[in-house]
Design a protein around this ligand. Structure first.
Ligand code: SF4
Length: 166
């Protein structure tokens, strides 16, 4: 896959359920966490599914919609596409949009991995929601998360401004 291409499982162009405000959501293709009870099993295959889209293609769609105030990367596992997603996030943040990343990894695992692409995406992330989906901890009472074990990290001042919404 070229370095500016993301394998996309789906897009939600104006979501109000994947973070505060109206958000452009990119669901990436590919996930190895295999959480029992996952709601998006069709996103697990690492190849043979999904649509390759370039950073510029996705950015053009995001920039064209004045209603969109933020972007969310979900999955699948977005960290499998961290390099190009970091470039997309950087362009969107330059336009004043905030960035939320959902990952099945723990924040500590991401930091310990010292993976340059993961670090590049973290550097462009305002809010990180971490951890696998755990069906026994499923809750409809928490905002923007599927299960109570998932933690929310507000990584920037912009991210912190949304603290009360989670
Ligand atoms: S990390 Fe997300 S997409 Fe992957 S198996 Fe778990 S719930 Fe499903």
């Amino acid at each position: 896959m070229p370095t500016d291409t993301i394998l996309v499982a789906g897009i939600e162009p104006e979501s109000i359920t994947d973070g505060p405000g109206v958000r452009f959501v990119v669901f990436t293709q590919g996930c190895t966490h295999d959480c029992p009870g996952c709601h998006n099993p069709e996103t697990h295959a690492l190849s043979g599914r999904g649509t390759p889209m370039t950073v510029d293609e996705l950015y053009a769609r995001i920039a064209a919609d004045p209603l969109v105030s933020g972007v969310t990367f979900s999955g699948g596992e977005p960290l499998l596409h961290a390099g190009p997603l970091s470039k997309l996030a950087k362009k969107c943040r330059a336009d004043g949009k905030n960035v939320i990343v959902y990952t099945g990894y723990l924040y500590e695992q991401i930091l310990e991995a010292a993976n340059p692409d993961w670090n590049a995406l973290l550097a462009e992330t305002d809010i990180l929601v971490d951890g696998p989906y755990v069906e026994a901890q499923r809750s409809l009472a928490i905002h923007f998360r599927g299960s109570r074990n998932q933690r929310v990290f507000f990584l920037t001042e912009c991210g912190k401004s949304f603290e009360k919404r989670f």
